[in-house]
Design a protein around this ligand. Structure first.
Ligand code: PEP
Ligand code: MN
Length: 290
């Protein structure tokens, strides 16, 4: 029996439903976040994503707004009615992030940060655990077990691509991970085609493929002006492209007999958070000669 992970507003992820989580890579400003948040809500996304603490490959890159970014995410949640998933990179920040979000994201770079896994395991919030870029599926499942051992069984696994040899795509999106994980775990499985390809033009095809492969949902980066993004602009969908993709996914879900979750499928209404570098769009791990 597949497990469902339920967010504070009653939205259940897993089972036969399909959920899209979307928003900018990073929270850059109030205006930027709200533009993306309203756009993804209007297109039918049910969870808002956005990073306030960014794990950047270079220390010179934009590191995120931190605490003020969390406040903006909480405001965007109130204004759109969407629960928020946001990344936590430091075990010491877990309570602060947990006070502003509906789900904690552990990023690929931290998939084996065991103190962080244990700390999110002590929270009463769902955890979105992203596969490390060089991690096997067994290692991903062991990492999920670290969270569960601390008492938090509400874990969603995310395939986001692994390191390959061909620079054509940023990572190699391993869609076989979806059915392979399904054989090994009852946890919900979502796919991130944005980091998995690194190219907005490739995201729609891989998003549709993820749905067809049996994923429980998607994590997609959306930015109203990708050319101005401080992080991962090249892979961000514009709102119009995102809306087109959502319409395609809805039709595909119907053809596959999957249940396309809508805002009204939630048990509650509004999530209630407990606290009331160069703008060049380059990808985070793009190698820039020092
Ligand atoms: C992200 O989702 O913004 C992110 C940094 O992803 P990943 O950890 O998969 O690189
Ligand atoms: Mn990103």
């Amino acid at each position: 029996m597949p497990k469902t992970v339920t967010l504070g507003n009653g939205l259940a992820i897993g089972g036969d439903g399909f959920v899209v989580m979307a928003g900018p890579c990073a929270v850059e400003s109030r205006e930027q976040l709200l533009a993306a948040a309203h756009a993804v809500a209007a297109a039918g996304a049910l969870v808002l994503r956005g990073g306030a603490f960014k794990p950047r490959t270079s220390p010179d890159s934009f590191q995120g707004l931190g605490g003020p970014g969390l406040e903006l995410l909480a405001e965007a949640a109130r204004l759109t009615g969407l629960p928020v998933v946001t990344e936590v990179i430091d075990p010491r920040d877990v309570p602060l992030v947990a006070a502003h979000a509906s789900m904690l994201q552990v990023g690929s770079r931290n998939m084996q940060n065991f103190p962080l896994l244990r700390e999110v395991g002590r929270q009463r919030l769902p955890v979105l655990l992203k596969r490390g870029a060089a991690a096997t599926l067994a290692e991903l499942l062991h990492a999920a077990e670290y969270v569960r051992r601390e008492g938090n069984g509400e874990v969603i696994l995310c395939e986001r691509g692994v390191r390959g040899f061909d620079p054509t795509t940023r990572y190699v999106l391993d869609l076989a991970a979806v059915p392979a994980l399904r054989q090994r775990t009852d946890l919900p499985i979502v796919v991130d085609p944005s980091h998995g390809t690194g190219d907005a033009d490739l995201v729609p095809a891989m998003a549709r493929a993820a749905l067809a492969a049996g994923a429980d949902g998607l994590l997609i980066e959306v930015h109203a002006a990708p050319e101005q993004a401080l992080c991962d602009g090249r892979q961000a969908l514009r709102p119009a492209a995102f809306a087109t993709l959502m319409a395609d996914l809805r039709r595909l879900a119907a053809a596959l007999g999957r249940h396309w979750l809508r805002a009204e499928s939630r048990a509650g209404s509004i999530p209630t958070p407990r606290h009331g570098v160069a703008a060049n769009g380059c990808l985070d791990d793009e190698v820039i000669a020092p």
